[in-house]
Design a protein around this ligand. Structure first.
Ligand code: 1BO
Length: 309
């Protein structure tokens, strides 16, 4: 299953499965990246704000030293919100840490601007405790800078992350280049169907992050997930990762454990009955107002997500 790919609107092939590196602890992520690539993963997803791109770079170097070729893998990074008025600088920083001269895909991490002059912690706060956000900034201006990046050769494709339907509808009329990807939190308890449907209509590929919800979280014991896992003799995590295959999305599985990285490769083909069970579960949560977002936009900004978080 790790060989499956999708065609992006940029013409590139993007793998169906990737290794996520968000919240991968320093001291572990180098090994995880190297192990994943040596065992067949082709996509590594990272970001400046994850604070570990140096180590991801060391993992890439280890994999290259073992014979893996740069052109055979797909590396993703994201511009952090303090760099949304100077995205090339943000990309340069990521490239330096990663030890690469290009990434395959560069994403706007969030459609907002954090104070470029403020402290550059992940989520800068003002002395009064509020987030240090420039409210007058236009995410469309950021996108125009992203478009200009393509001619530098420092990224092969550009896209967005955490864009709701509302933000996409604001962006698309102004986009000369349609984002290749929208990377969003996505799982049966947060199907984000209106975003997924709009992206499909516009030719924007979905990358699903946090597909398991959270470690030890409620998705692992959700009735339909357990039922499908038992039917196929696999772990609930396999069902949750495989959920994205019939949806035509790329799924990002985060782990630093070699065993789990190997386990996560075993995506299965869900049948029509499985898909219906999962879709019914999503519909039920939607109707009951019980959708679950595990990654709360940490900015106190209304991003236009239907579950109001
Ligand atoms: C705040 C980071 C969300 C996942 O990329």
């Amino acid at each position: 299953m790790t060989d499956k790919t999708y065609k992006l609107n940029s013409g590139q092939d993007i793998p169906a499965l990737g290794l996520g590196t968000w919240q991968s602890e320093p001291g572990q992520v180098q090994k995880a990246v190297a192990h994943a690539l040596k065992s067949g993963y082709k996509l590594i997803d990272g970001a400046y704000c994850y604070g570990n791109e140096d180590e991801v770079g060391a993992g890439l170097a280890e994999a290259f030293a073992s014979g893996i070729k740069r052109e055979d893998i797909f590396v993703v990074s994201k511009v952090w919100a303090t760099y949304n008025t100077r995205v090339e600088l943000g990309l340069d920083k990521s490239l330096k840490s990663l030890g690469l001269d290009y990434v395959d895909l560069f994403l706007v991490h969030w459609p907002l601007l954090m104070n470029p002059e403020g402290n550059h912690d992940k989520f800068p706060k003002l002395p009064n405790g509020e987030r240090d956000i420039i409210r007058s900034h236009s995410h469309i201006d950021t996108w125009k800078q992203m478009e200009a990046l393509l001619s530098t050769g420092k990224t092969k494709a550009i896209g967005v992350s955490n864009y709701s339907k509302r933000y996409l509808e604001q962006l698309l009329p102004h986009a000369t280049i349609i984002p290749a990807v929208n990377q969003i939190e996505n799982h049966p308890a947060l199907p984000q169907q209106e975003i997924v449907d709009l992206c499909k209509e516009k030719g924007i590929h979905i990358m699903a992050y946090s597909p398991l919800g959270s470690t030890g979280g409620p998705l692992f014991t959700a009735e339909p997930v357990v039922k499908i896992a038992e039917k196929h003799g696999v772990k609930p995590s396999t069902v949750l990762l495989s959920y994205h295959v019939p949806r035509g999305s790329t799924v990002l599985a985060k782990s630093v454990s070699p065993e789990r990285i190997d386990e996560n490769k075993k995506l299965i083909d869900l049948d029509a009955e499985d898909i219906k069970l999962l879709d019914d579960y999503s519909d039920k949560l939607t109707k009951e107002g019980k959708l679950q977002r595990f990654v709360y936009p940490p900015f106190g900004v209304d991003f236009g997500f239907p579950d109001k978080s």
